[in-house]
Design a protein around this ligand. Structure first.
Ligand code: UDP
Length: 231
């Protein structure tokens, strides 16, 4: 299983900055429980709680430079998650798409697969290593590379709704969606590059609430939690 966590999830509150340790502890416990089931777990973590390339470029920065800063932000988050997981006695490796050899192993596909086979949680840091992409795309790409059966996208809400549940009390959760509908209706499950990649490779995506305790485990045990995006 591949799990995509947004950087914002680590901040504990919407629009929050930095890393909230109690929130990180909850997240790591969820991953540890999934790992304890014997599942091979990969994690891609975003950087939005620290830096987003788009925001930097909106303020006049060179977009590619801003994106590299965003990728470095994901490395910070990855190390924080690794630290918390290891304190929970879960063996973890951080593999970075940008070479930062003193702090993380370089991303090498076969090495990632080997770590997973050995029961280590693999955190994929620095996104795809390329500017103009997102960590959603990195999650879809790495999922395919390691042969993940499912991409889990943990979000703030229970799943995908027909309208914004924060604004509309009558919003209905959609249990099933197709890649095509997500792309044509611009449903913001993942950005369109990530969604197109998932569609091309028939990678199922499950969207569910991040901070609902036991959710990752439920998904792994085959429960129909949240929204499933397939063909
Ligand atoms: N980023 C990038 N290439 C990638 C992945 C990420 O350039 O392959 C940069 C981009 O600037 C992005 C930032 O890293 O804004 C943080 O990632 P993202 O916005 O996906 O994080 P999230 O929204 O999940 O917290």
């Amino acid at each position: 299983m591949m799990l995509k966590l947004s950087g914002e999830a680590l901040a504990g509150s919407e629009g929050g900055f930095g890393i909230d340790q109690p929130t990180l502890q909850v997240l790591a416990t969820e991953v540890a429980e999934a790992h304890a089931l014997g599942a091979e777990c990969g994690v891609v973590i975003g950087g939005g709680n620290i830096f987003r390339g788009l925001k930097g470029s909106a303020q006049g920065m060179d977009r590619a430079t801003a994106d590299y800063m965003g990728m470095l932000a994901t490395v910070i988050n990855s190390l924080a998650l690794q630290d918390t997981l290891e304190r929970l006695k879960v063996p973890t490796r951080v593999l970075s798409a940008l070479e930062i050899r003193q702090v993380a192993e370089p991303y090498i596909r076969r090495r990632a697969i080997r770590h997973l086979e050995k029961g280590r949680v693999v955190i994929f840091a620095a996104g795809t290593g390329n500017p103009f992409f997102s960590t959603d795309t990195a999650a879809a790409l790495r999922s395919m590379e390691i042969g993940a059966e499912l991409l889990c996208k943990a979000t703030k809400v229970e799943g995908v709704y027909d309208k914004d549940p924060a604004k509309h009390a009558d919003a209905v959760m959609l249990r099933r969606l197709t890649y095509d509908r997500c792309l044509s209706d611009r449903i913001g499950v993942m950005d369109s590059t990530a969604m197109a990649l998932a569609r091309e490779n028939k990678l199922p995506i499950r969207v569910f609430a991040l901070l609902k305790r036991g959710n990752i485990k439920r998904v792994l045990l085959g429960e129909d939690v949240g929204t499933l995006v397939t063909e």
